[in-house]
Design a protein around this ligand. Sequence first.
Ligand code: ASP
Length: 374
Amino acid sequence: MIKKRMLMIVLGLLLITGCSSSNEPANELKAEAKTETAAAKTKQKQKSLPNVKILATGGTIAGADKSKTSTTNYRAGAVGVDALIEAVPEMQDIANISGEQIANIGSQNMTNETLLKLSKRANELLASDDVDGIVVTHGTDTLEETAYFLNLVIKSDKPIVVVGSMRPSTAIGADGPSNLYNAVKVAASKEAKGKGTLVVLNDRIASARYVTKTNTTTPDTFKSEEMGNIGVIAEDIYIFNEITKKHTKETDFDISKIDKLPQVDIIYGYQSDGRYLFDAAQKAGAKGIVFAGSGNGSISDAAKKGAIAAVEKGMAVVRSSRTKNGVVTPSQELEKKKLLASNSLNPEKSRILLMLALTKTNDPAKIQKYFNEY
Ligand code: ASP
């Protein structure tokens, strides 16, 4: 009897204390349970999302300045990859995002060493089942060179997208966040599979093979003149072109065991030019030269002497065009002298291909074949 009464008192006390603490613990518990279910749901949702890795290298997209109106005088590569990811939380709704800092530089300072480091890491990540796509953030100045290099050395058909911006992250109307969001959307998509390295800026999806920077400052600077873009992003992804040139898994180039790329220099053609730049390049250790000729890769008689002397010393010389558009066609006269033609590659992309070609061969005929195929 006494025992029963004691039990009732204890139960009563328990009830009272439960109520007297104004339901807080109970509410907290409920709230916790709710959060847990939400977290479980997010986890489930995230499980079904593709995994996209952002490899950051710097550029204006990671640029910052004190002034919101500053769009030319800012510091490129000032913001780290975590800050880039945090600035666009909406990306987490379309992919599981993680980031790695490969470099934090203006792309005018991109080197062959960093290019190899980036490409090797991208290949390593894409070989893993945990990565479905890669986004590379990059300065726009030399973006097309890195993108084309990746297009030639990535051994995967998973999406790889290079993105930049023309306005720093601190500017009014910064284009970085929307470009990055779009790049992740493309990298997470099935549509981008097997398309080679893509470049996403200003709502356009371009092939690394065809795209080039055409304007020093405006956000619509990237164009695929002549060849056209691969597609557009208008909330959804619309693809309307295929790349016909060999890329990624289909290429002959394997950089996995390469620590140093051969030196290739670009010489610009102009009125009254001469041979001395060819001689200087050879003295400086160049193994190849791209000549940015006028028109259809034309070369003056004076410069031709330098080009022929370079070939005779075992260097590869490729004629491209400073015109930026169109095909540099083979010339019977120059072919006899083993001066090669760049097909439709501009001088800076010709340099990228020639470096890779020279890791495989010194035979001019084989190098010309690469220029026709890639
Ligand atoms: N100089 C900058 C860079 O290439 C320009 C840019 O990112 O737009 O890194």
